[in-house]
Write a protein that binds this ligand. Structure first.
Ligand SMILES: Nc1ncnc2c1ncn2[C@@H]1O[C@H](COP(=O)(O)OP(=O)(O)OP(=O)(O)O)[C@@H](O)[C@H]1O
Ligand SMILES: [Mg+2]
Length: 256
């Protein structure tokens, strides 16, 4: 097997007395959709925060695309191809849907200081490219029809898609999704599953946290299961569904 895109090695995160993530090791391949599941408080979001760089780990190492990114800031990881969405929706209320995606495209292709010497022609070309790319991304996630609506005026399911669109604007090689289906009804979840599949087909690997087992089982080739910050199982959807430790973790007082 080729070297994995992402490799976590003995990752740990402690908050005071709480060991949120402990000795966590797993890999994500370049063309994979991997699920990260576990009961509430098992360390899923903390793991994504460590991978994206939102939080520094207490110990362990994160390799991405063949290099250690453990000590890099979020702003240094994004250009390498690491993007994420958050568990809670965060949209810029006064921006339209198109403006928000365009701003993310712009951040990716900021004209360099030297480039600004040629500002008039180059900036115009860039602006055209970014507008075209924005339209392409809106169509890809299914938001073309609401491109001119304010971000705050669209449905919560559409806001979740907008967060994905904003992340895709940075052209990630790995997209981290923290509960993308939260608040969605069955039909919206089905469309989201299709979108996640298309993201992978476009060449971007996906690590997805979700409580909706139907979605996880449908889209993931492999699943990692956490309980109390530790990996308790890893395998295909079929293997995970039959794993006694996983069944115990979910039935043993967990709320999901
Ligand atoms: N910033 C923080 N400060 C202190 N404790 C934290 C912090 N973030 C998370 N924790 C604790 O770490 C543990 C893991 O939390 P985390 O949010 O990673 O769980 P989760 O698996 O994402 O849960 P959920 O399914 O509810 O989203 C919990 O005990 C949580 O209270
Ligand atoms: Mg969480």
């Amino acid at each position: 097997m080729a070297e994995p895109l992402l490799a976590l090695k003995d990752l740990g995160k402690q908050f005071g007395g709480v060991q949120a993530v402990r000795d966590l090791s797993f890999v994500v391949g370049a063309a994979e959709i991997v699920g990260l599941i576990g009961p509430n408080g098992s360390g899923k979001s903390t793991s994504v925060n460590l991978i994206s760089g939102t939080l520094p780990p207490t110990r362990g190492d994160i390799h991405f695309d063949g290099r250690s990114v453990t000590r890099l800031a979020v702003s240094e990881r994004v250009p390498l191809g690491l993007a994420r969405t958050f568990q809670t929706t965060s949209v810029f209320a006064e921006f339209t849907v198109r403006e928000q995606v365009l701003a993310a495209c712009h951040a990716r292709y900021r004209t360099s200081a030297l480039g600004s010497v040629f500002r008039s022609s180059r900036a115009r070309t860039e602006a055209r490219e970014q507008a075209a790319k924005t339209d392409q991304i809106l169509a890809f996630v299914g938001l073309s029809a609401v491109g001119d609506e304010l971000s705050s005026a669209i449905s919560s399911a559409q806001q979740r898609l907008l967060m994905i669109a904003t992340a895709l604007a940075t052209e990630p090689r790995l997209l981290l999704l923290d509960e993308p289906a939260a608040g969605m009804v069955a039909k919206e979840r089905k469309e989201l599953a299709g979108l996640i599949g298309r993201i992978r087909e476009s060449g971007t690997a996906v690590l997805v946290i979700e409580h909706h087992m139907g979605l996880i089982m449908e889209v993931c080739s492999r699943i990692v299961v956490l309980n109390f910050g530790q990996k308790i199982a890893e395998g295909t959807p079929a293997e995970i569904q039959q794993n006694p430790a996983v069944v115990d973790a979910y039935l043993g007082g967990a709320s999901s």
